[in-house]
Design a protein around this ligand. Structure first.
Ligand SMILES: Nc1ncnc2c1ncn2[C@@H]1O[C@H](COP(=O)(O)OP(=O)(O)OP(=O)(O)O)[C@@H](O)[C@H]1O
Ligand SMILES: [Mg+2]
Length: 301
């Protein structure tokens, strides 16, 4: 294996950084195109950790590319290229971007997160415990934490600029995106989830829930945007160890969370660093998820 180098933060000369998320750095190329760079930053309990995870950005990028290709008969998407060699020279010369960058069509983003849940966990579980429903979906009584739902449901949330996203019901969703788009996004999200989760389950990974984002291109077509079906946008569980009635360890952050739980950390920033055995094991988990889902080893960049 070549000497791996982590990338915690990018500052690409000459490009205009429009957003730095917990994990991704977003540059605007022009009014039609963006560059999404997945760094090796990792967050846990909503805090970015000071220790980068080798190869994580590459896994997120390659996995999103895999899913865009897998789903292309079902939905248009924003990806122009994830191959640095196909990008303009001013991007291409930044070698640290290789393997972690998506050159994409800039869209008018629908300001909603299209969350699809097949299982009961996270804010869905909290809402269900309190009200017996999630986003207006009435659910059977006595479901256990992480239990499989009778059928997958769309539980949209607003894209909050700061703080936590807020779950909304169908009427609020339709008010934000328009009734016609709401119906299209609902059907599309459920179908993408159905196809992807069936595929993943055959390979041993439960996609418990996931979040999609969509935008409109200049011609008014709906495109699937952002990252897709990655461990950062989804809950991946191992099908082998799945038992409802308790929380499941997420496939990717298992070692990180278990380690952090052994510390006396109050889960407020600054987050503690990870020892090398934990960061290495986490890299291995990300690579394993990629391998299970795609059948391929992640190529060296
Ligand atoms: N094709 C696109 N057109 C316009 N905006 C896009 C497109 N694809 C993705 N985006 C936007 O890029 C941004 C990515 O930044 P985001 O804050 O999600 O980064 P992140 O590292 O995933 O952080 P977080 O963990 O906080 O979500 C999102 O606001 C998303 O809506
Ligand atoms: Mg995000």
């Amino acid at each position: 294996m070549s000497a791996a180098k982590t990338v915690s933060k990018t500052d690409v000369p000459g490009l205009s950084l429009v957003h730095r998320g917990k994990v991704r750095d977003v540059y605007e190329i022009d009014n039609k195109r963006l560059l999404l760079v997945a760094t090796d930053r990792i967050s846990a309990f909503d805090c970015v950790l000071p220790t980068p995870i080798e190869r994580k950005g590459e896994v997120l990028t390659a996995l999103s590319s895999f899913w865009f290709e897998f789903l292309k008969a079902l939905t248009n998407n924003h990806l122009i290229s994830a191959d640095l060699d196909e990008m303009p020279e001013n991007i291409r010369r930044n070698k640290e971007l290789r393997g972690r960058s998506m050159f994409v069509r800039k869209t008018k983003v629908f300001p909603v997160e299209c969350v699809v849940r097949g299982y009961l966990e996270g804010s869905g579980w909290k809402d269900y415990e309190q009200t017996g429903e999630i986003c207006g979906h009435k659910l059977p009584a006595n479901l256990r934490q992480c239990e499989k739902l009778p059928h997958p449901i769309l539980t949209p949330a607003t894209k909050a600029a700061t703080g936590h996203d807020e779950n909304i019901d169908e009427a609020e969703f339709a008010e934000i995106v328009g009734a016609e788009n709401a119906e299209k996004l609902r059907l599309l999200s459920l179908e993408i989830y159905r196809r992807a989760s069936e595929y993943a389950l055959e390979r041993g990974i439960i996609i418990a829930d996931t979040k999609f984002e969509f935008g409109l291109d200049e011609a008014g077509n709906i495109l699937l945007i952002d990252e897709v079906l990655t461990p950062d946008s989804s809950r991946f569980w191992s099908a082998e160890t799945y038992v409802p009635g308790k929380s499941q360890t997420s496939f990717d952050k298992q070692f990180v969370r278990e380690y952090l739980e052994t510390l006396h950390w109050n889960k407020q920033p600054p987050a503690p660093a990870l020892p090398e055995n934990i960061s290495k094991a986490t890299t291995a988990r990300y690579l394993q998820a990629f391998h299970i889902l795609t059948g391929d080893e992640l190529a060296e960049n």
